[in-house]
Design a protein around this ligand. Structure first.
Ligand code: SF4
Ligand code: SF4
Ligand code: SF4
Length: 263
């Protein structure tokens, strides 16, 4: 069951894996638009680079290698936040507005409201959220800034083969169905905002066959989180009470300044 998502207005991607040539223009365009620093990497015997998402890499192309008769074959799989219709990250986040749903159905975020708890990492079935040097959540925001201005996401615009089709989710899926494509992400997790057209089972592409939000998250959302919020406000109240009755606490000169700034 999707969170409060207006399915008719929902925007997203249809990733047509058969069209992807692994050029990684999408990776570069995302870095440029979002002014993200380069990631330092090392050759690890594969053309896939970088090998994982980072706080400064919101999308990447995963190279799925196989060998037939001495020839290496590749499948290129675009990897990023799936903008789930039922988003584990949003369910578990204790800070209102840190992760939020736009009117287009995008799962966006506000770093200023992120309290660095990292709960969203455990709640994401796709291991997507990363944390920047300020310990704030970092991931694909489906170019909310561009989309709200009527533009296509930077990665989609840069793709030379139309492997990243952006638009109204219902229409993208209807077109893929009409073309008799196997669609990944149709119904799972309230329908993924990033659906895939595949030519085989999801496992062949390294995609989870049945992605699910960990059950413990529902326990957190329905029981522990409300208690936690009570506890949080209780702590604030106790601090205010301490301040007005006893005065400010003096901090020892032992400030931890180990964070680096990558942008
Ligand atoms: S893929 Fe992960 S980070 Fe993205 S919306 Fe789904 S749960 Fe949240
Ligand atoms: S939609 Fe925007 S933020 Fe997301 S991967 Fe593409 S360019 Fe980056
Ligand atoms: S720009 Fe398009 S073709 Fe190139 S790697 Fe990205 S999705 Fe594939």
């Amino acid at each position: 069951m999707a969170d409060n998502v207006n399915q008719a207005a929902r925007k997203g991607f249809l990733v047509d894996t058969a069209r992807c040539i692994g050029c990684r223009s999408c990776q570069v365009a995302c870095k440029q638009w979002n002014k993200l620093d380069a990631d330092k990497t090392a050759n690890q015997g594969t053309f896939e680079n970088p090998r994982d998402l980072t706080p400064a890499l919101y999308n990447r192309i995963r190279f799925v290698e196989s060998e037939t008769g001495g020839t290496v074959n590749w499948q290129f799989v675009s990897e990023r936040c799936m903008h789930c219709g039922e988003a584990g990250c949003m369910k578990v986040c204790p800070s209102p507005g840190a992760l939020y749903r736009t009117k287009d159905g995008i799962v966006a975020y506000n770093k200023e409201k992120c309290i660095s708890c990292k709960y969203c990492v455990s709640a994401c079935p796709f291991n997507v959220p990363r944390y920047d040097s300020n310990d704030k959540v970092s991931k694909c925001h489906l170019c909310t800034d561009r989309v709200s201005g009527g533009m296509a996401p930077a990665c989609s615009k840069a793709c030379p083969t139309e492997a990243l089709k952006f638009g109204n989710r219902n229409q993208l899926i209807a077109a893929a169905k009409a073309a008799k494509k196997t669609i990944y992400g149709l119904d799972s997790l309230g329908g993924l905002g990033v659906a895939y057209a595949l030519e085989g089972p999801p496992e062949k592409y390294g995609l989870l066959a049945n992605p699910q939000i960990p059950t413990a998250i529902f326990l957190w959302k329905d029981i522990i989180k409300p208690l936690g919020i009570l506890g949080f406000w209780g702590s604030i109240g106790a601090m205010v009470l301490h301040y007005v009755t006893i005065g400010p606490k003096r901090i020892e000169e032992d400030v931890d300044n180990k964070g680096e700034n990558h942008g």
